[in-house]
Design a protein around this ligand. Sequence first.
Ligand SMILES: [Fe+2]
Length: 196
Amino acid sequence: MARCVARELVEGSGIDAGRLVDLLVERAMAEVGNYYYYTLLRLHLVGVEGDALRRVIDDAREEDRNHYEVLVPRIFELGGSLPAVLGGSGGLAALQDLPAEADVPDILPVLLKSAEESVRAYTHLCALTSGKDHRTYNLVLAILHEEIAHQVWFLEFLGRGLAEPRSYHQRAISPFVTPFLQSPRVAGLKTPAYPA
Ligand SMILES: [Fe+2]
């Protein structure tokens, strides 16, 4: 492998860089898998309740795509790479074969479980990198904030029936992760402002 200064610095801080890259790749694959499954799910949601959940899923789907897009550059900065074939075993892909004809009461626990898994994974990554790999830490912390929001949206949806989750209305897409996005496609987004 060619010399990689970012990786050397991370290893010098006491982190197993190979293990860190593996975890970041795992999360990147889970994020893109979530995007894929959310896309399928939204097509099958029907009725008033399905419409309301679809709006929540659309935002979670956009944010998971953004999470994938910000993880990939860091993986390459650390000398890693992505698998040539999209397999992925984390996120929604890990949970079950999702029903083709989705039904809101059946889907919500699946979505909630996936959000909880993400919160656990990013909390672990924060603990692993805190005070050592500042760039990865800032990145995974920003993603963690948004994963917790997804968890809250699904919990609120479970508790409020047809009503849309309150916190869902209170913010734009990816307020924490947008400053890390490199794609020009996001230049027109209304959000930014990474909280100090
Ligand atoms: Fe995500």
